[in-house]
Write a protein that binds this ligand. Structure first.
Ligand code: HEM
Length: 160
């Protein structure tokens, strides 16, 4: 009998805590930040204490935890502080490829771009914002077709 009361008590306690958690639960509402080219340039790994940001397809990733790739004097430092879509698509570090311009890329390069974008960047690094050219039209009006990316690396437990 005592055991039954303990069970009832525990069940009640559990529901109260569950309700409490539900009330405190807030959906992830990370604001989407817009980066101009100049702003993005600040995060090129040269300034100590600042995070390192890199954009692909207009999505700005925080790649600070990949410092050994992207930090000052690291092999892929040329890719950061800017949108390097073309360089990633072509696996090239040539200065003329350090741009968001995808004109004339081959089918194979575009596929490679998507696979690195999805498989490496979106799964490994948090998204911190979007480039102005992804959020706005050329005349500065909001791009009605803009949709934020989903973030598969985001787990519900991060919200508590
Ligand atoms: C001799 C040529 C190259 C070699 C041997 C090489 C080697 C590697 C290796 C071993 C990794 C995986 C590192 C790890 O996950 O621990 C890697 C990642 C990567 N490489 Fe290269 N690479 C070369 C050239 C390039 C070039 C030219 C680019 C130009 C864009 C490039 C872009 C990348 C990127 C974006 C990653 C992913 C980094 C990350 O996980 O954040 N690589 N490379």
């Amino acid at each position: 009998m005592a055991a039954a009361w303990v069970c009832v008590f525990l069940a009640l306690l559990y529901t109260t805590i569950a309700e409490d958690i539900k009330l405190k639960h807030k959906p992830a509402t990370k604001p989407v930040r817009l980066f101009t080219e100049e702003e993005l340039q600040r995060y090129d790994g040269t300034e100590d204490g600042l995070p390192i940001y890199m954009a692909i397809k207009g999505v700005v990733f925080d790649v600070t935890k990949g410092k050994e790739f992207y930090g000052k004097d690291a092999p892929y430092n040329a890719l950061v502080g800017k949108d390097s879509t073309r360089a990633v698509a072509k696996m090239s570090l040539n200065p003329e490829d350090l741009t968001s311009d995808t004109t004339g890329l081959s089918e194979e390069e575009l596929e490679s771009l998507d696979s690195v974008f999805e498989g490496t960047y979106k799964t490994k690094y948090p998204i911190v914002g979007y480039t102005a050219s992804r959020i706005l039209n050329q005349d500065g009006t909001p791009n009605e077709n803009f949709k934020p990316e989903d973030q598969p690396q985001f787990h519900i437990k991060d919200e508590f």
